[in-house]
Ligand binder design. Structure first.
Ligand SMILES: *Cc1c(COP(=O)(O)O)cnc(C)c1O
Length: 360
């Protein structure tokens, strides 16, 4: 840290992204990317773009495509440079020293970091014993609520009815629903936008639309809330999406058939892997996301993570005490999952036989 860095942020502990390894041949199941390429039309989409000119600050082409897809009226959608940017805008708009955020104790690791960097106090609400969120715990919350639904890294989803109960019990609080994984089997709150003026839904193109490398997310709410977020955006980074991202993401949302195909494949692979792992004695949460959250038998979470890594398979392990026995495994292709199971069987066999170094 230089001597010029603001004292206010001296204690800042930044978000640690999952590893993006430069090693060839690794089976990469650690950051919830989609194993399938984006739809064919995105490949050529950027080639003729007029890159010497600034992009449309309103990103009208993409916003209109999203509105058409979800049948939403004008003024109710905006896009961000990844949904992380929109979450950041929301912390700026609704956080700060006079406000508080409320979110689950086990959830997306970025929320507490945003809390620190935007000087917003936050309260973390513990999960239930089965790692699910208890909607009753959010009744009359002390501040703006943020819920990832399905939650990360558990994959467990609340139903739309349960989300409604949180909205109803907080009529004077904003409820932000982070739906990064909703396309893999959750129930979106987008249809509730008309009914609840305290609802902000945020989604991303990174997971279900295979565009993690493109950085596009979107927010859906009423005109006032979208107006707030635009106020922040135009005070910070008006041209927040580049021309290529606008064009590419528009192609991705138009190709409904491709989206349906890949998303169904991932759901089917997840359900199959769920059974395979449960049969091997793993505890697996009922995930509605493109990953499984699972506790291995015989070995602890960290050991399982490390042994997989030695065998060229990268998954994610979190050090938080409540979940340190678990690992999060991104759903890849069927072939990726077969490699994972083969490596897993070897690890379980090795541990049953006693670890090699213990026999020396
Ligand atoms: C991946 C993820 C995001 C961020 O997505 P980007 O659009 O790539 O910034 C936000 N929230 C949750 C819960 C996520 O898992």
């Amino acid at each position: 840290m230089s001597r010029f860095f603001t004292k206010r942020l001296e204690g800042l502990a930044p978000y640690v992204p999952g590893e993006q390894p430069k090693i060839d041949g690794l089976v990469k199941l650690n950051t919830n990317e989609n194993p399938y390429d984006p739809c064919g039309a995105v490949r050529d989409a950027g080639l003729d773009e007029n890159l010497k000119c600034y992009p449309d600050p309103e990103c009208g082409l993409l916003v209109d495509a999203i509105r058409t897809h979800y049948r939403l009226p004008a003024g109710t959608v905006m896009v961000g440079n990844g949904s992380d940017e929109l979450l950041g805008f929301a912390f700026l708009a609704y956080g700060g020293p006079d406000n508080k955020m409320v979110f689950p104790q086990i959830s997306y690791g970025f929320y507490p970091v945003f809390g620190q960097v935007f000087q917003t106090a936050f309260r973390e609400i513990p999960l239930k014993g089965d790692l699910s969120i208890d909607p009753a715990e959010y009744r009359d919350a002390e501040g703006t609520i943020i819920i990832a639904n399905p939650n990360a890294p558990t994959g467990i989803a609340l139903s739309r009815k349960e989300m409604e109960s949180i909205l109803q019990s907080n009529p004077d609080r904003l409820v932000i629903v982070d739906e990064a994984y909703v396309d893999f089997g959750g129930e979106s709150c987008i249809p509730l936008i008309d009914e609840y003026d305290n609802l902000l839904v945020i989604q991303t193109f990174s997971k279900s639309r295979s565009l993690a490398g493109c950085r596009v997310g979107f927010a859906v709410s009423n005109r006032e809330i979208i107006g707030d977020l635009n106020r922040i955006k135009y005070s910070f980074n008006p041209y927040n999406l580049d021309r290529l991202a606008i064009k590419i993401a528009t192609e991705a949302i138009l190709d409904v058939e491709y989206f349906e195909g890949t998303r169904q494949k991932i759901i089917a692979t997840r359900e199959w892997l769920f059974r395979e792992m449960t049969d091997r004695g793993f505890v697996v949460t009922p995930s509605k996301a493109n990953f499984l959250f699972t506790k291995p038998p015989q070995v602890d979470g960290r050991t399982y993570f490390q042994r997989l890594r030695e065998k060229g398979i990268l998954v994610r392990h979190f050090d938080k005490p409540e979940i340190e026995q678990f690992v999060r495994i991104t759903i890849g292709t069927r072939e990726d999952m077969a490699k994972l199971l083969k490596a897993t069987d070897e690890i379980l066999k090795e541990s049953a036989e006693g670890e090699p170094h213990e026999n020396l």
